[in-house]
Design a protein around this ligand. Structure first.
Ligand code: CUA
Length: 334
């Protein structure tokens, strides 16, 4: 009995010590979203669990090694032990209950982070190699920085134009993979004003490590001010809007505007010209031709260029109005 009491006391002391040690390291950055609360709570349970089970095993091991060691002159064997039903039921039953409880806590925390607020503000996130772009549909502008009003749930509707990316803001504790050709949702309720960063957390190519964007959580008043400024400074001329879209969506990576040949055909002097397709037929590059080339790029491949190179998701990523702006811009390139 004496041994049990000593071991129990040592386990308590060791658990408290290890827990304090882990806490002192400070694994987590500041907590900046409502969803982070239940996630941090779960993480807290795990830290206690880690400290306790580590102590349980190590204390019994070290205590037995020292107290029950073989002393000088001892030559006999230990007492043979043949099964112990109570002990076996206990070490099967207790872990089972703990695991079921953890599963319940995990499910509850998942439900917590997925809770839908019907009045959430929608922000569309477009990911591509290697940047994020944030579109605010109710204001009709796009931004390279993510501005969010504090205390209001935001529904991030995310899509990718090329490969798998992942949206991760450590302070929000939430992470969501972004899948090409499909829209995935992530709901965040920022709870702390501050400047954070979204990091792509899915290896997505050469510049993956540089795929970050600023996240500003601001007061509602500051958000309204920022949105007003963005709306005011957004170009009104379709040609200029198209030019901005071409830069936001990375069109210039493949299409030059000075006549030089890149991965795709140049846009210079494209409008009104006659284009030879890979089956030898000729078409006139009018509005229809450009529209089809944007939303269904494989339908008409220009001779000398490979098929299946341009993302086939622009039809979904761009609104009809944005496509018209892009066409206006291409038209203007003499
Ligand atoms: Cu995008 Cu890594």
């Amino acid at each position: 009995m004496k041994h049990f009491i000593i071991i129990a006391l040592l386990i308590v002391v060791s658990t408290l010590g290890i827990h304090a040690g882990i806490e002192a390291i400070g694994f987590l950055p500041v907590q900046a979203s409502a969803q982070a609360i239940s996630i941090d709570q779960l993480f807290g349970f795990y830290v206690w669990g880690i400290a306790f089970f580590f102590s349980l095993i190590i204390v019994i091991l070290v205590y037995s090694l020292i107290v029950f060691r073989k002393r000088k002159g001892e030559t006999g064997d230990g007492t043979p032990i043949e099964g112990n039903t109570t002990l076996e039921v206990a070490w099967t039953g207790i872990p089972l209950i703990i695991v079921l409880w953890l599963a319940y806590m995990g499910a509850r925390s998942l439900a917590d982070t997925r809770r839908i607020d019907p009045s959430a503000m929608v922000v569309k996130v477009v990911a591509q190699q290697w940047n994020f772009q944030f579109q605010y549909p109710q204001y009709l502008f796009a931004s390279k920085d993510l501005y969010l009003p504090v205390g209001q749930q935001v529904d991030l509707q995310m899509t990718s134009l090329d490969v798998l990316h992942s949206f991760f803001v450590p302070e929000f504790r939430l992470k969501q993979d972004i899948v090409p050709g499909r829209t995935v949702d992530l709901r965040v309720t920022p709870s702390r004003i501050g400047h954070y960063h979204v990091e792509c957390s899915q290896l997505c190519g050469r510049l993956h490590a540089q795929m970050t964007a600023n996240v500003y959580v601001v007061s509602q008043a500051d958000f309204d001010k920022w949105a007003k400024q963005e709306v005011a400074s957004a170009p009104k001329d379709p040609v200029l809007i198209g030019q901005q879209l071409a830069s936001l969506f990375g069109c210039a990576t493949c299409h030059s505007t000075d006549g030089s040949k890149k991965i795709g055909p140049t846009w210079s002097k494209l409008f009104g010209s006659t284009v030879t397709l890979d089956d030898g037929s000729k078409v006139k590059a009018d509005e229809n031709y450009i529209h089809t080339s944007i939303v269904d790029p494989n339908k008409q491949i220009v001779q000398g260029f490979p098929a299946n190179t341009m993302p086939q998701t622009f039809g979904k990523a761009l609104t009809e109005e944005q496509i018209q702006d892009l066409i206006a811009y291409i038209k203007s390139l003499k």
